[in-house]
Design a protein around this ligand. Sequence first.
Ligand code: GLU
Length: 427
Amino acid sequence: MKQKQQKRRKSSNVLLDTALQEFYGAADEMGLSERLISILSHSERRVHVSIPVEMDDGSVEVFDGYRVQHSTALGPSKGGIRYDTEVDMDECEALAMLMTWKCSLAGIPYGGGKGGICCDPLNMSKREKEKLTRTYAARIEPILGRWSDVPAPDMNTSGQEMVWILDTVSKMRGHLEPSILTGKPVAFWGSRGRNEATGRGVATCGLELMKAIGRNPDTATAAVQGFGNVGSYTAKTLNDAGVKIVAISDITGSYYSSNGIDIRKAFEAVHKHPKKLLEGFDKIGNCEKIENDLYADAEFLFPCARDGVINRKTAGKIKARYIIEGANGPTTPDAEEILQASGVMIVPDFLANSGGVIGSYFEWAQNLQGAFWSEEEYNSRLIHIMKGNFRRVWDYAEAKKVVMRRAATMTAIQRVADVVEMRGMFL
Ligand code: GLU
């Protein structure tokens, strides 16, 4: 039975609109049925909570918190919780959809989710952040569960926030629930290797790309935007493999050296800084400050900071020939068109940064068994899966003559669509 085309969703939020239009484009190219297009273009659940926090000065501020479960077709919805001033329901929905494709493509048994709180974490004390996190945890507790929704860290959150959430939920339920969250510290049910996993995976994709195009890492140059969890370990892993990192950056600015940045020194500088920033690194790191490391003279660019940075305004100034997306959604569709026209190749976010969630899957699986793997086992499994996934998308893109993002989206949608058909419509 042929179904007439349903009304297609549009959004004024750039990230959500991009996610929707990429989904529709890929779905049409695959010939996906209208039934499945309608189902998969909507999220199963969108939760909005208010979070009152008594601030250190005695005033009360009420923050908005969100958790979106885009799909639980393949398994529990999986995805991070971020703290940022830009967080809203649409952003979480876009990122949750991206997680559905990421988990599907990665071949792990999860659906996609994302959550966050609209706040300015860099200007909050630890006490304020603890109260914020615990009240958020209590308010989304009904939807969390090892078989329903399993969050992890994301932008501006880390193992500490995961422990606060885990502790709050465990106290409410009267028993410890280690497998409802991943990205926990190694000392408390975490996995050795998880902290570095996203960056290690991004770098692995970069190195596989170099292999595929016949480029020697020892003579390659790269710029890495962002020196948080993803960017720092991306830079370190690339550097350990012989790649010269000519530029790094964070919110304090971009730092450049044509001789290559000393990444170990950058780690030391960040470690010593009270807010874990690169501030002042030009003085101690033998490098200069530049306008924006996106435009640095490097062949490979790794945007590992935030969404939307490669846009209509910035795309034309990028010198790199290859972009490997460490952040979620760093390239807008109009920028992608500009870059494609000039022959720039992009390895899409949900392939390149899937090391984090693959590592999360390892942690969850270990928690369910009460077992612990060695760091070597964790890393070798991670790298093996990342290499295989890169190759699969590369080959599919070559065979179908489509760009890697389209190839990855189509592969990912197919698995979810097949399972929705098998399970039936009510999931
Ligand atoms: N926040 C990471 C991501 O966007 C990890 C998610 C997870 O491990 O659940 O992929």
